[in-house]
Design a protein around this ligand. Structure first.
Ligand SMILES: [Ca+2]
Ligand SMILES: [Ca+2]
Length: 160
């Protein structure tokens, strides 16, 4: 009777020991690895509306990342939202763009952290018709004469 009781204790201790060893082995196989969270993309447009003569300024400095400073982030831009990137990856600094056509433009940005994680966002801005001075055209006929010549003057405003 006593021998059987000791045998059970030995088995229990052996199981407990195996469990501790097994647990330590798992820790060595799966060491804690640092995590990396994706950045949060953000940019501000200045101005938010304009014309084809406006040089728009885009500031991505509101983009943030838990692990990296904003200065360590890289960005790329798509000025029309056509899914073709118009810039290579570049530092997250203010950049400018001028549109050569009117309409509502979708501006997209992607922000990449030093771990390679990427986040994106988009915003729209309106590009209107540029207010340009009208052109004028004046023709005089004949192009020379005397004091007695009656000149015919045709003045027209050219539509822009
Ligand atoms: Ca990160
Ligand atoms: Ca594009």
């Amino acid at each position: 009777m006593i021998c059987r009781h000791r045998t059970i204790r030995v088995v229990l201790l052996a199981l407990a020991g195996w469990s501790l060893v097994s647990s330590c082995g798992d820790d060595k196989k799966n060491p804690a690895t640092p995590t990396n969270d994706p950045p949060t993309a953000c940019f501000l447009s200045d101005p938010s509306t304009g014309t084809t003569e406006t040089v728009f300024s885009f500031d991505p400095s509101c983009s943030v990342d838990r692990e990296d400073s904003t200065g360590a982030l890289m960005v790329r831009w798509d000025w029309e939202g056509d899914t073709n990137w118009d810039t290579d990856w570049r530092a997250a600094q203010v950049t400018t763009h001028q549109y050569d056509s009117e309409g509502r433009k979708t501006v997209r940005i992607e922000v990449r952290d030093t771990g390679g994680l990427v986040a994106g966002m988009w915003d729209t801005l309106d590009v209107g018709h540029a207010n340009v001075a009208p052109g004028a055209c004046v023709s005089v006929a004949p192009d020379h004469g005397t004091m007695a010549t009656v000149f015919e003057v045709d003045a027209r405003i050219l539509a822009d």
